[in-house]
Design a protein around this ligand. Structure first.
Ligand code: HEC
Length: 278
């Protein structure tokens, strides 16, 4: 607040005193000058607003005007409330967008789902991503079904590997009537996969990857010719799969546990012709 100069106050007091009929104070300057009334008129409201003035109690000070930034912020248009609801969902949308971009293989449960993963990690480098063959034989186009008309022979071969078959003097590891024959060590070495043969897969994983090779890569039809085999070994509820998973069935006892099954075992053994009976 601006200070009122002392001489103006004095002059104003003198004018007041004179108006009320009293004598002007001795030290007040002569109030006769022409500018005096205007000065008093100007000074009076200011003097009244002074807190020291006993007559009028001081009211609350007038609110300070906002500084420009605050004023601008108050004047600015707000985001409408309905837009807030939409905006608050933006992070969710981002999340869904990123999820949408990430390619996901459809999740298949049971041996075929597990088998696909085991295959990619352990077999695809030699047999091809789609079983088209490479260092090892092809599985696709029904090839694997020609070598192994019976899944038991394939399980045993994958468990033991080709070197064990060679060492055991078993020349043919699959169907002896297959043409051309797939002979032990004829093409190269098929590494053993079973735990007691030095491999890194469990019996359940071996079943899973063999199911994958037969059905997904080899083209066996689980609804027609291979329906019985599929329901016994490779469906998510197949007794063989469930038994290998919980340990109640093993490669050594599966022929006793499941009716109409060839002995699998973990040691090399000759394969069976398509029409052989267990
Ligand atoms: C290091 C390369 C290599 C890897 C890895 C490999 N295989 Fe083999 N596989 C071979 C070779 C070589 C043969 C042929 C063996 C022979 O000629 O005696 C073969 C043969 C086979 C056969 C017989 C096919 C036929 O029609 O004769 C099956 C079944 C098989 N492999 C399954 C598997 C599975 C299952 C895996 C993964 C768990 C796997 N292989 C990993 C090299 C490999």
């Amino acid at each position: 607040m601006t200070e009122i100069p002392e001489h103006l106050l004095k002059r104003s007091k003198a004018a007041k005193a004179k108006a009320e009929g009293g004598e002007a104070p001795a030290d007040a300057p002569a109030a006769g000058s022409s500018s005096a009334p205007a000065t008093v008129a100007a000074a009076t409201p200011a003097a009244a607003a002074k807190p020291a003035a006993p007559a009028k109690p001081a009211g609350p000070p007038p609110p300070k005007p906002d500084i420009p930034v605050v004023a601008a912020a108050k004047a600015r248009k707000r985001i409408p409330f309905w837009a807030m609801a939409t905006l608050s969902l933006l992070p969710l949308w981002t999340f869904m967008y990123v999820r949408g971009l990430t390619f996901k293989e459809p999740k298949v449960s049971g041996p075929l789902g597990e088998g696909a993963e085991v295959y990619t990690a352990n077999c695809s480098s030699c047999h091809g991503g789609n079983g088209e063959g490479g260092v090892g034989y092809a599985f696709s186009g029904g090839e694997v079904l020609k070598t192994f008309p019976h899944i038991e022979d394939q399980l045993r071969f994958v468990y033991a590997g080709s070197v064990a078959y060679g060492n055991a003097g078993i020349a043919v590891y699959g169907n002896p009537e297959r043409s051309p024959l797939h002979n032990t060590l004829a093409k190269g070495q098929m590494p053993a996969q079973g735990p007691t043969a030095g491999g890194g897969l469990t019996e359940a994983q071996i079943l899973a990857v063999v199911c994958h090779e037969r059905y997904t890569l080899g083209g066996a039809d689980p609804t027609a010719d291979y329906l019985e085999e599929y329901e016994k070994w490779c469906s998510p509820e197949a007794p063989a799969w469930v038994g290998f998973e919980d340990g109640s069935i093993t490669f050594d006892n599966v022929a006793d546990q499941l009716e109409g099954t060839f002995v699998v075992g973990t040691k090399p053994a000759p394969g069976h012709a398509p029409d052989a009976e267990p």
